[in-house]
Ligand binder design. Sequence first.
Ligand SMILES: *Cc1c(COP(=O)(O)O)cnc(C)c1O
Length: 216
Amino acid sequence: MVGFITSAVASERLEAIRQEIPPAVELLVVSKKQSPATLIPFIEAGQRLFGENRVQEALEKWPALRKRFPDCELHLIGRLQTNKVVQSLNVFDAIHSLDRVKLIEALVKHRRFFRPNFYLLIQVNFAGETQKGGVAPENLTSFIDLCNTQQLPIQGLMTLPPQDEDPKPYFEQLKALADKHNLPRISMGMSADYRQAITCGSTIVRLGTALFTDSL
Ligand SMILES: *Cc1c(COP(=O)(O)O)cnc(C)c1O
């Protein structure tokens, strides 16, 4: 049966991945495009941290899942439109994709909706890829200064390296920037490159395919 996963299988897959991840690194399971029926076995197997890339999809799936599993933690890993800020603050415990001044302004305006322990990561766009969000590295210092002036809870940086390139130099640059700005959380590494990302200092890896694909 396509897409049907038992708790035992979910448990095995999580265990196999966790063996490659040091205890200090968080495993964020990317649940985009996965149905609640697919996700529940992973929650029952002990996984609590999940990520979605679309606000609408998160709002459709997670309120019911949260009711049943209140200690799940949900992060937004995709682009956020300013007109969805309030809705997203309802459902997300952290946002990995803060990337522009307009979004800073919208978050400041609606800060009363922040969930307890809510935090933000700034997405960095190293290669100037216009199809991706992210602050250019040369603008990062002033962007962080602005966030600090507004007392936003910035805890780290996130990046998506260009596809078909060695991600290592990008991971190293993100780690260097996080250290420079004293930011403790570094969100980098997906199914294809999380081992490298961990070697370079990742503190949160975001995995989808590695957990949901049958052949793995
Ligand atoms: C989909 C997605 C991932 C997970 O990618 P996989 O290759 O399936 O592990 C990680 N980060 C972001 C931002 C994504 O959109």
